[in-house]
Design a binder for this molecule. Structure first.
Ligand code: ZN
Ligand code: ZN
Ligand code: FE
Length: 759
């Protein structure tokens, strides 16, 4: 007989960890107790030595899916008189603010009950338990307890209450516990706000979807717009009404087997699809499938998720191969969360509205992930992830980092935790800006953070910058955009010492007031120096040059050939009215409304336009995405272009004009656009590796950090990670937060810590 005490540090509260341990202790016939404390849980177990070992072995080898265990410290104690294992209340010194769980997908036990005719929650769309269900999106305040959630208005019936108070029950302290007798319900409305009288609103919704209707469905973190994904006409109508031209629409399918009928699922994809976070996973399309071409036109991937609420499972029970489940909003606006709001803002899109009376307190979009080299990369971090903290190696002061402008997130820090908010989106719409304000307030409250420092982007026109400047707090600092990109990756990997950062993205305000985005930075905490960058090219029309990549192509051609470039027989000239081309050329020559940029994103735009792959971006990054997909597999075997860099005024300038000339020569010689796209990618990989090696030799720095939105390009990222590792360098890229501007806020917070540390 032995007795052990264990303190477990990590993210283990509010995700059913104590009941999980309780069951495990029972299984091995151990006595003792478990309770929460301020850094995780502590427990004592007593029993046969072998059983105690098995208990810990199972705990470590097979933890709960959402638990993140950082350490388990064990101690031997003398056995005591004891007959049972119990879940105890928290110690009084518990920090009640420490852990707010994310929303979790319905668990297997609840799913079984949902379809069990004998169960009292048979087909009840709000079934949940301690292991699953809504959390972050229904919490109004702390401590996380039912009265502080939007479930407060539902008084539990005696049956639910009994479960809630029974430590042996799976619903012990499950705050959103409910049943058909006492809990929320669904209702179906038409576009005129008339309630549809039906005995089964879900069955009626399925019938309407079958007929091609667009139905706004209230979910966990907001509304979705649902249509039958095989119905071409319906999907087309959805696109028109939503003003969404070509950006792919997310799909939801009942099972992996169904998904495999239209997309390829790797081992890591499967793990991500099935995880309780239930993100949208980007999956390669299968060649012949029955999904409407309207779902993801001109794209070789689908974004797919499995159902994550009981309501989704009921909708997808047996009728559909997949439903389009796109966020319920007009393009560029934040997702709708309230019933009235849905009937107001979505009335021009939805034919019907399937709503319920469990309020969503805080909006949270679906997260998006993608597999890279068997690892998971996060493109959008929201539902299922937020507000789980990123654990840091150092103690931080309390910081508010305001993020960037597009794909905005904010980050708050406290001790060794960084809480990165859910994806907020483009701050330029009024709704998004309100959402930004609410999220800051909410996270401050939930985590009891009173920021001592505010940090924001150097860009004077970002709304997040203006917000920061308006705050009364004295201690405010700005940080250069790409410096923050690199520090974001430094923070998530807990890197020490200087790093060589490759920050590649579309747009970021530089210290010379030009637009940066193809940067090699030596970053040492609060300091950075710019060692190399792409040569500057004018962006005729500013933001218009992002929407119309042919403008950038003219800019690159002008820099490479002068005005004579019009004599070249290039396909792109036939695609754009020549009058427009003349005007843009004038803008370039007169430097009128043509800010200069060193952005790699823009170089992708240029090549995409030269190859006539994309002349108009209907969503952010489209030309680059299409160019990546256009390049064939096995690019490492392609011959690369000649592309030089040269030291000028102490830093290397990469001559992209040189590269453009080579591509034009190939194009005019009749080389296929696929081969050119492949050669372009491989040229970048080899040239960047070469330059990185040179810089590493010059500086003696061997830690290489890759960050910025361009690294969403998997061909570029994988190629560079491989090449640089082969050369013996240590390479890091972003895995816990997005590599796009969604990860900026974490880097800003890291910057603020370093600045304060130096003072
Ligand atoms: Zn459950
Ligand atoms: Zn009940
Ligand atoms: Fe960026």
């Amino acid at each position: 007989m032995i007795r052990n005490r264990a303190t477990i540090k990590g993210i283990v509260q509010g995700i059913g960890f104590r009941p999980f341990i309780y069951k495990l202790a029972k299984k091995w016939q151990l006595t003792g107790f478990i309770r929460n404390n301020s850094f995780g849980v502590e427990l004592e177990v007593q029993g046969e030595a072998e059983a105690v070992e098995s208990f810990f072995h199972e705990l470590e080898s097979n933890p709960l899916p959402l638990a993140e265990i950082y350490s388990i410290k064990r101690m031997i104690l003398p056995p005591i008189q004891e007959t049972d294992f119990e879940i105890r209340g928290s110690k009084t010194n518990e920090n009640k603010y420490a852990f707010i769980p994310p929303d979790m997908s319905i668990c297997d036990d609840c799913l079984r009950e949902l379809f069990d005719p004998a169960d009292r929650r048979y087909r009840y769309p709000f079934i949940n338990c301690t292991n699953c269900g809504p959390r972050y999106t229904i919490i109004k305040d702390v401590p996380y307890d039912r009265p502080k959630t939007s479930m407060a208005v539902f008084e539990m019936c005696p049956d639910c209450s009994r479960e809630y108070h029974d430590p042996e029950d799976r619903r012990f302290h499950a705050q959103p516990n409910a049943c058909p007798v006492c809990g929320p319900h669904v209702e179906l409305f038409d576009g005129e706000k008339r309630k549809i009288s039906t005995a089964d609103a879900i069955a009626e919704t399925v019938r309407l979807l079958r007929q091609g209707a667009i139905v706004a469905v209230k979910g966990l973190g907001g509304f979705h717009l649902a249509v039958d994904a095989e119905n071409d006409e319906a999907v087309k109508r959805l696109r028109q009404r939503k003003y969404r031209e070509e950006k792919p629409l997310a799909l939801m399918a009942r099972s992996i087997e169904k998904i495999e009928q239209f997309a390829a699922v790797s081992e890591n994809d499967r793990r991500e699809l099935q995880s309780p976070r239930r993100p949208i996973v980007l999956l390669p399309k299968k060649k012949s499938n029955t999904i409407s071409n309207q779902v993801a036109p001109k794209n070789s991937f689908y974004g797919v998720m499995l159902p994550y609420t009981p309501l989704h499972y009921l909708l997808l029970e047996n009728e559909f191969l997949a439903l389009v489940m796109t966020s319920g909003n007009m393009t560029d606006e934040p997702i709708v969360i309230e019933n009235d709001e849905a009937l107001r803002r979505l009335v021009k899109i939805g034919d019907y509205f399937l709503v319920h009376n469990r309020d969503i307190y805080l909006r949270c979009d679906d997260s998006i992930v993608r597999t890279v080299e068997n690892r998971t990369m996060i493109t959008r971090r929201a539902r299922g992830f937020v507000p789980q903290p990123i654990l840091l190696s150092q103690k931080y002061p309390q910081i508010l980092a305001c993020g960037a402008e597009l794909k905005n997130t904010v980050c708050l820090t406290k001790e060794n935790q960084a809480i990165v908010s859910q994806h907020i989106g483009d701050l330029k719409t009024e709704e998004s800006y309100q959402f930004f304000l609410k999220t800051i307030d909410h996270l401050k409250k939930l985590f009891d953070i009173k920021p001592e420092i505010i940090v924001y982007d150097l860009h004077p026109e970002y709304l997040s910058t203006k917000y920061a400047q308006e705050q009364a707090l004295k201690n405010k600092i700005s940080v250069q955009h790409h410096h923050a990109h690199i520090l974001s990756c430094v923070a998530e990997h807990n890197l020490q010492g200087p790093v060589l950062g490759l920050a590649f993205d579309g747009t970021g305000y530089g210290t010379d007031e030009k637009i940066w985005g193809g940067e090699f930075l030596l970053v040492d905490g609060a300091e950075f120096s710019r060692l190399a960058h792409l040569e500057y090219l004018p962006m005729p029309g500013g933001d218009m040059a992002i929407k119309e990549p042919w403008r950038m192509a003219l800019s690159g051609l002008f820099q490479a050939y002068g005005e004579e470039f019009f004599d070249l027989p290039l396909p792109l000239f036939k695609k754009v009215p020549s009058e427009k081309q003349r005007i843009v050329l004038q803008m370039i020559k007169n430097k009128f409304n043509s800010p200069e940029t060193s952005s790699l994103g823009r170089l992708f735009d240029i090549v995409s336009s030269l190859l006539n792959i994309c002349q108009r971006a209907t969503y952010e990054g489209q030309p680059a995405i299409m160019l990546e997909q256009h390049a064939p597999k096995g690019i490492e075997n392609f011959k690369i272009y000649d592309c030089s860099y040269q030291k000028e005024d102490g830093k290397y300038i990469i001559h992209s004009t040189h590269l453009i000339q080579n591509i034009v020569r190939d194009l005019l010689a009749g080389e296929s656009s696929k081969v050119i796209a492949g050669k372009f990618h491989q040229t970048l990989i080899e040239m960047f590796t070469d330059l990185t090696m040179a810089l590493s030799r010059e500086t003696g720095v061997r830690q290489i950090v890759l960050s910025g939105g361009v690294f969403q390009n998997i061909k570029l990222l994988s190629g560079m990670v491989k090449k640089l590792s082969e050369k013996g360098l240590e390479v890091y890229f972003q895995e816990k937060v997005p590599t796009n501007d969604g990860g900026i806020s974490l880097g800003q917070a890291e910057f603020a810590r370093r600045v304060v540390g130096k003072r």
